[in-house]
Design a protein around this ligand. Structure first.
Ligand code: NDP
Length: 445
């Protein structure tokens, strides 16, 4: 494989798909050496087949608002690769959704799912629909319309979506309900379902918990622990909430959260009733950072800024892509930050990652560090297939073991001659080797 030649070809075929091209470049640069040591990959065209999705489904989603006005959004499902198991990956509703961002997320999902040790292929879907400010009825009508278009392409052994940004338990419920109505079957076709109808305990917390467990393993490999560390977290969505809960549980002090309007610095730590208050704000669809600073006067609100200027030992970017750039990475390094564990997908820019790696920060890339969410979705699928519900402790222990195993696979492939572990390289190679070997076994299809 010649990385530059491959990328030039891909850029010609998919001009302007910035996020997707960025994600492919990161992976192919990491795996180039092992790829070229295995001539059977080249002969079977593994990389050329892996960088293109198996199938992309694009459809219109018409819906009617509460005033009787009709709107039309676009929906997509990118079924990227099912070599090691049925397609699996979330659905995102956000105005920024386009094919490039979904192709990037679907491509990443292949390697993430491979790392979990569970049999899951990679996919991603979504719509440019903005759920913010919409009524419950509008959300329901939109979800139903989305599923009327997509249902034929889904199934418990074919493609199993889940939530993502803008898609939580409520939206999963509406989409699952329409799928059930159209097929007449109550099957495990979604994960992140309600607890009374097939959802797994711990799934809502799993991504955040997993990112913290991954950080714990990175620290353990250096003889350190989470206890007593100061942590900076961004966002206050599903992933941030889980990360904050687990960090508190393991004895860290969380001093920041953020929203699109700015960040909160709370030197006394964000825990207990403060988390309950944030959850209330979130449930009522309000901005969270500014009201928090009114309620807890020792906290400071920094309008329009990101939390990475705050001194911390551990950083957990858990909000959105490209939310931590080179300048932010420099601030973290200068302030002595030891660990960056990505709860979100691609929150660090490529320049930020280079700087963290150069400075030997323990950097957990999203495809490894936030794989706990999809891993627990895989555990939900297993429970559905067995028609069983496991208790929370059992699910959490399985999740913890999976995060340890992901860490160890990354360390195995990412250890450098000076002992530093490049987890990004390790994650890409470990994820790739399993998928590539399945593709070899199955022939050119
Ligand atoms: P949510 O929608 O629940 O939360 C996103 C949070 O980020 C919200 O608090 C949102 O604030 C905030 N936010 C949005 N834009 C910005 C910004 N520009 N600056 C600061 N904060 C911002 O999403 P999730 O927590 O589910 O997902 C977060 C990330 O984690 C995504 O990248 C997702 O792909 C990734 N991920 C999620 C998984 C899951 O299980 N949920 C699994 C693996 C990865 P507001 O609500 O005010 O817009």
């Amino acid at each position: 494989m010649n990385v530059d030649k491959l990328m030039i070809e891909l850029e010609k075929k998919h001009p302007g798909e910035v996020e997707y091209l960025q994600a492919v470049r990161e992976v192919v640069e990491s795996i180039e050496e092992v790829y070229n040591q295995n001539p059977q990959f080249e002969a079977a065209g593994i990389i050329e087949r892996l960088v293109e999705p198996d199938k992309i489904i694009t459809f219109k989603v018409p819906w009617v608002d509460d005033q009787g006005q009709t709107h039309v959004n676009l929906g997509h499902r990118v079924q990227f690769n099912n070599a090691i198991g049925p397609y699996k990956g979330g659905i995102r509703f956000h105005p920024s959704v386009n094919l490039s961002s979904l192709k990037f997320l679907g491509f990443e999902q292949i390697f993430k799912n491979s790392l979990t040790t569970l049999p899951m292929g990679g996919a991603k879907g979504g719509s440019d629909f903005n759920p913010k400010g919409k009524s419950q009825q509008e959300i329901m009508r939109f979800c139903h319309s989305f599923m009327i278009q997509l249902w034929k392409n889904l199934g418990p052994d074919m493609d199993i979506p889940a939530g993502d940004i803008g898609v939580g338990g409520r939206e999963v419920g509406y989409m699952f309900g329409m799928h059930k109505k159209l097929t007449g079957e109550h099957v495990g076709v979604f994960t992140g379902k309600g607890r009374n109808w097939g959802g797994s305990l711990i799934r809502p917390e799993a991504t955040g918990y997993g990112a913290v467990y991954f950080a714990q393993e990175m620290l353990k490999a250096k003889g350190e622990s989470i206890e007593g560390k100061v942590a900076s977290v961004s966002g206050f969505g599903n992933v941030s909430w889980g990360a904050i809960k687990k960090l508190n549980h393991l004895g860290a002090k969380v001093v920041t959260i953020s929203g699109p309007d700015g960040y909160i610095y709370d030197p006394e730590g964000i825990s207990g009733e403060k988390i309950d208050y944030l959850l209330e704000l979130r449930a009522s669809n309000q901005d969270i950072a500014k009201p928090y600073s009114y309620e807890f006067p020792n906290a400071q609100f920094h309008e329009g800024k990101r939390p990475w200027e705050v001194k911390c030992d551990l950083a957990f970017p858990c909000a959105i892509q490209n939310e931590l750039d080179e300048n932010d990475a420099k601030n973290l390094v200068d302030n002595g930050c030891k660990v960056v564990s990505e709860g979100a997908n691609m929150p660090c820019t490529p320049e930020a990652i280079d700087l963290l790696l150069e400075n030997k920060v323990l950097y957990g890339p999203g495809k490894a560090a936030n794989a706990g969410g999809v891993a627990t979705s895989g555990l939900e699928q297993t429970q559905n297939a067995m028609k069983l519900n496991w208790p929370a402790e059992e699910v959490e222990e399985k999740l913890r073991q999976i995060m340890v195993s992901i860490h160890d696979s990354c360390a195995n492939y990412g250890k450098e001659s000076d002992g530093y572990i490049n987890y990004m390289k390790g994650a890409n190679i470990a994820g790739f080797m399993k998928v590539a070997s399945a593709m070899l076994d199955q022939g050119v299809i």
